[in-house]
Design a protein around this ligand. Structure first.
Ligand code: AQP
Length: 354
């Protein structure tokens, strides 16, 4: 618990077509949170640079994620929706955090290890420092809650470590400048400047897996298009991908225990549960004992029913790129006002301004 004003922040990077994993693991939750929270949703285009995207694709990708946010139901007036590179404080605060974070912390990040692969020497410094920029994204707004998929848990723990070290290293100065807010760490309450952000990783869809390999995360950068459902896929594409999804020869079990050791079956049941807003037990009560020849068409029908209206709305929004750019610019103005204040405080705290 801490006494910061509750504020939700999350981001999605424009590195390709959004997938069903991004939708169920993140964007659908963003929509639900806006009813009861103060929310800031960001297209994190600076993060996309870590993997050298084609410039035209980066511009289109940024608009496409903004379109997905709006098509899914995020209200850009009640919330702040913008792209990261328009607010330079993200990069500025990330530099301060690069000087707070320790090499050992970043060396432990599994996402870097996975993305850099065997050729680590050739990975960009940006890819290595990705988590410190992510911490700056959240903490520029002193975000208290971050809805994300399970894969981002480790990065959020790092953001907490950075906040805690910053609070400790500068506690005297924070107190002298009267910028402190009570932050509770375990049993102890200290005076800090940044909150220890809580991740929101809940529900059945925290990790949607590849349709070709139930042990691998569904990802927009997977070379196989059959591994994922893209939010822009047509109804035919969705039906084909589910029909071709890898499964095993057994019928579905009647209870979730029966899914142990069957990652592909578990993933499809999980997707059905998330799309129908139930849980896996409920799905298996309806489909236990059935073959995939029965379950897959039912899943395809449900996925099309939920995703097709979203894709149609996204296409409509993407036809009006001027409107999307306007939404992002207006959101950035509002975001800047908050981030500027934080960065002003941080400069005073660390001694970059008097
Ligand atoms: N498979 C997934 N299941 C549940 N949640 C997921 N997320 C991503 N994949 C899944 C969540 O989506 C949000 C935005 O992700 P991101 O684009 O910022 O980065 P990512 O986690 O690296 O997503 P991808 O699709 O795997 O992108 P690439 O291929 O570019 O690396 C995050 O909240 C993430 O947890």
């Amino acid at each position: 618990m801490n006494s910061f004003e509750p504020r939700v922040f999350s981001g999605v990077q424009p590195t390709g077509n959004l997938t069903l994993g991004n939708y169920l693991g993140a964007i659908k939750k963003f929509v639900a949170l806006q009813d009861t929270n103060n929310c800031i949703y960001c297209v994190v285009d600076l993060h996309a640079l870590t993997v050298n995207p084609n410039p035209e694709e980066l511009i289109d990708g940024t608009r496409s994620i903004a379109a997905a946010f709006l098509a899914a139901g995020i209200d850009p007036v009640a919330n702040i929706v913008f792209n990261q590179s328009r607010v330079h404080e993200h990069a500025e605060l990330a530099w301060v955090f690069n000087c707070v974070a320790r090499m050992g912390w970043l060396n432990r990040m599994t996402q870097f290890k996975e993305k850099a692969g065997k050729d680590r020497e050739n990975a960009s410094v940006g890819l290595f420092a990705y988590p410190t920029l992510m911490a700056a994204d959240i903490l520029a707004y002193r975000g208290t809650h971050v809805p994300v998929g399970d894969d981002q848990k480790q990065h959020l723990e790092l953001a907490r470590d950075i906040a805690q070290k910053f609070n400790n290293d500068y506690s005297k100065r924070i107190g002298d400048l009267q910028l402190g807010v009570p932050v509770t760490v375990g049993e102890e309450t200290v005076n800090g400047y940044f909150p220890l952000t809580e991740p929101i990783i809940e529900g059945p869809a925290t990790r949607i897996m590849s349709l070709r390999d139930g042990t691998k995360k569904m990802s927009k950068s997977d070379p196989s298009d059959l591994s994922r459902i893209n939010l822009t896929d047509t109804a035919d594409d969705i039906a084909k991908k589910i029909r071709k999804a890898k499964t095993d020869p057994e019928p579905l079990p009647g209870e979730t225990d029966g899914l142990a050791g069957r990652p592909e079956a578990e993933n499809l049941v999980n997707i059905y549960a998330a799309l129908s807003e139930t849980d896996m037990g409920e799905v298996l009560r309806d489909f236990g004992g059935q073959q995939f020849s029965v379950f897959k068409p039912a899943l395809a029908e449900l996925a099309i029913e939920k995703l097709d209206p979203l894709a149609t709305e996204m296409r409509k929004l993407l036809d009006d790129s001027g409107y999307l750019d306007q939404v992002l610019a207006a959101g950035a103005d509002r975001a800047s006002a908050i981030a500027r204040e934080t960065m002003g405080d941080v400069k005073r705290i660390v001694g970059l301004s008097g």
